[in-house]
Design a protein around this ligand. Structure first.
Ligand SMILES: [Zn+2]
Length: 115
């Protein structure tokens, strides 16, 4: 078990991982992680938490007006990793391979997450 300390816990979720949204408007959706902001502990997940931006046309910049849909940030605590091995949402554990590489593993089935 991790000891409690004042260091921020590692996010355990990286760009390209598949996650499930556990709370909020997009609850139950799964998608790939598009970006991660470790400082704010936020990430964006494809097709989740879609926000609509109304943009004004700007002919000099060749921008068409209208509604732009894009993924909004979700807090890291509202998503869980989906394991590529067992397909269930899980927490990532960490292990070190014989060659010294640190990898994340599924705590349910021990599949490594690295891709
Ligand atoms: Zn698993």
């Amino acid at each position: 078990m991790r000891k409690t300390n004042h260091k921020p816990a590692p996010l355990g979720i990286r760009h390209g991982d598949t996650v499930k949204v556990m709370a909020g408007r997009s609850k139950g959706k799964t998608g790939k992680v598009l970006s991660v902001d470790p400082a704010k502990r936020r990430l964006t997940v494809e097709h989740a938490n879609i926000i609509k931006r109304h943009t004004r046309p700007n002919p000099s910049k060749n921008i068409k007006g209208g509604i732009l849909e894009k993924e909004g940030p979700l807090h890291i605590s509202n998503v869980m990793l989906i394991c590529p091995g067992c397909g269930k949402h899980t927490r990532a554990g960490h292990t070190t391979l014989p060659d010294g590489t640190k990898v994340r593993i599924c705590r349910r089935c021990n599949t490594t997450f690295e891709h």
